[in-house]
Design a protein around this ligand. Structure first.
Ligand code: ARG
Length: 572
């Protein structure tokens, strides 16, 4: 259910009854539950316009709300706010519905979209490093939420698998294979470095590398086969990381830069024919008046280099044609480092002008900040190298396993590893997803692995606490009529019914931290409820009511965490 909308509709009816029907209803969740569940503060604005007394007008609205099946009380406060409390029967009925419906009562999007979401998208020449972590985690969560709401989601892993570096890498691979029949590419990072050393030290090697680039782009079958071999190995490395992280990305989602190779020249020709791309010092450039510099000169979006070579931008233009034309996307999302914001701005503007992005297709850049170390500088190893993702994730699991063992020495080694994996990976993901993605964020093992505060371990543990209630509860009836009387019972019920509002918000804004904050709120509220309202010891309808609230809390935590890509355990 869309709780916010339902309450807003009630308020709108009351506005009509009070003769201020045209004014916007400004509805907010209450800041302090002691005063109510929601607050209307659109009346003051209306009163000002109509030159009426705001408190009197607010009272008219409040009187009209007394008729509502949804609202139990409406109280005027301050200069003309109205504090609303929802009816217990209304809450009870909807908790029941949520408990017994497939998606916890969350309704599907009224107008589902085909969302093409570009995330992870590492360059395959090198090993995946921490720079790819945020895109992978954030993109995965957004895609899960969109899917859950009934949209068609097409994941696109726009890997960098094309360009001059690959000539060098393939040349080096050939050399290594000749020297070493057992050749195995286990460390891409080291391989890249060694290839670069060869490139710099040997002119013959450098010549071969350049020759390979030309052959590769010319479609030479032999070199293409070698290139494929390299790309395959690198993709296997990436897929291992995805599996460890529990991402939804599969090999079928890979749609690399190379895919668009044949469409690059046609795109440039088309832009030229449309008068958008023009010659500038031998290069082909789209000048964009929308992006003028201080001197008033338009930005130059280069689509083909002098000498004919193509660029990142050319590929992305061809890629948009594919996502709209072939994949039939009507919402395109790009989860990419904030430093690429300008590229995407110019890309979208150019694509609109060229007709590649029709008006009914949304294109959004979903930027994120840099992952920082505790020292406030971009996250690096102690020696100043970039941190490989495989290493980071295995450290997460090791740390969490040690922690879990110390908390519970009776765990078998096997159990400790299983829990350590879930907690360690969950902690890394949640630390990222719980922050506003647009800012830089500090990667700190201690705080992310803490069992207190807004962390994955806290939420995972909160879930196991709910589950333990049911292990002790024995028989109970999840169809019993709920009778909500205690303030904390009602407050928890209201919060649980906001799940859909929150998911819609995430879907619209692509901010997963709204969901994280909500789950944290549910977990802390449950813990207050649990202290104040005994569950197992209660009797009769009180017990049945509280068990149902606990059940929906558990289901919501589990489902919510799953939408963040985080696993739960029954015991920890
Ligand atoms: N491979 C790029 C990088 O690592 C990210 C690609 C993002 N997607 C895109 N369509 N440009 O920076």
């Amino acid at each position: 259910m869309n709780l916010h909308q339902i309450v807003a509709d009630e308020a709108a009816k009351a506005f009509v009854a009070a003769d201020i029907g045209g004014s916007p209803v400004v509805l907010q969740p209450a800041k302090n539950a002691d005063f109510g569940d929601f607050q209307i503060n659109g009346v003051m604005g209306a009163a000002k316009q109509l030159k009426q007394n705001p408190r009197e007008l607010a009272q008219k609205v409040a009187d009209a709300l007394a008729e509502s099946q949804v609202i139990e009380s409406a109280e005027v406060a301050g200069p003309g706010f109205i504090n609303l409390r929802l009816r217990a029967e209304f809450l009870a009925q909807n908790i029941q519905t949520a408990l017994h419906s497939e998606h916890l009562g969350v309704t599907s999007a009224a107008q589902p979209k085909t969302v093409v979401i570009d995330y992870s998208s590492p360059n395959l020449a090198k090993e995946m490093h921490v720079g790819h972590l945020r895109s992978s985690i954030i993109g995965d969560s957004i895609s899960r939420v969109l899917e859950f709401l009934g949209n068609k989601v097409v994941r696109q892993n726009h890997v960098g698998d094309w360009g001059t570096q690959f000539g060098m890498l393939v040349a080096y691979m050939v050399e290594q294979q000749q020297d070493n029949a057992e050749f195995e590419l286990s460390d891409l990072e080291q391989f890249y470095r060694a290839a670069k050393v060869r490139f710099d030290e040997s002119p013959e090697f450098a010549d071969t590398a350049r020759e390979y680039v030309v052959k590769l782009q010319g479609g030479d079958e032999h070199v293409l086969a070698l290139w494929k071999q390299f790309v395959q190995i690198s993709l296997t490395h990436a897929q291992n990381v995805y599996n460890t992280l529990g991402l939804k990305l599969t090999p079928e989602d890979v749609s690399g830069e190379s895919r668009y190779n044949d469409d690059l020249q046609p795109v440039v020709d088309d832009l030229t024919a449309k008068g958008l791309a023009v010659d500038s010092d031998g290069a082909k450039v789209v000048f964009l008046d929308e992006f003028k510099n201080k001197e008033g000169e338009p930005a130059a979006f280069i689509v083909q280099k002098k000498g004919g070579g193509f660029l990142y931008a050319s590929t992305d233009l061809a890629c948009i044609r594919y996502r709209v034309g072939r994949l039939k996307g009507n919402r395109l999302l790009y989860v990419v480092d904030t430093r690429q914001a300008l590229h995407f701005d110019q890309l979208f503007t150019t694509s609109r002008k060229a007709g590649y992005l029709p008006e009914n297709v949304e294109a959004q850049f979903i930027g994120f900040g840099t992952m920082m170390g505790k020292d406030g500088k971009p996250f690096k190893t102690r020696s100043g190298d970039t941190v490989k993702l495989v290493d980071l994730l295995s450290e997460a699991v090791d740390r969490a396993t040690t922690l879990v063992k110390s908390k519970n020495p009776d765990l078998s080694a096997e159990e400790a590893v299983k829990i350590g994996q879930t907690v360690g990976i969950g902690a890394v993901k949640y630390a990222d997803l719980s922050k506003n993605r647009t800012s830089d964020y500090v990667f700190d093992w201690e705080s992310m692995l803490s069992f207190e505060g807004n962390t994955a371990p806290y939420l995972q543990y909160a879930y196991t606490r709910v589950q333990s209630v049911f292990r002790r509860a024995g028989e109970w009836n999840n169809n019993a009529q709920l009778i909500l009387t205690e303030p904390l019972e009602k407050q928890l019920a209201v919060e649980l019914l906001k799940f859909e509002d929150v998911l819609n918000n995430v879907a619209e804004t692509s901010y997963p931290h709204y969901l994280a904050a909500y789950l944290y709120q549910v977990a802390t509220l449950f813990s207050r409820f649990y202290e104040a309202c005994p569950i197992i010891k209660a009797e009769g309808e009180v017990r049945e009511t509280r068990l149902q609230l606990a059940k929906l809390t558990g289901d919501t935590l589990k489902q919510g965490l799953e939408l963040l890509g985080i696993e739960t355990l029954e015991v920890m």
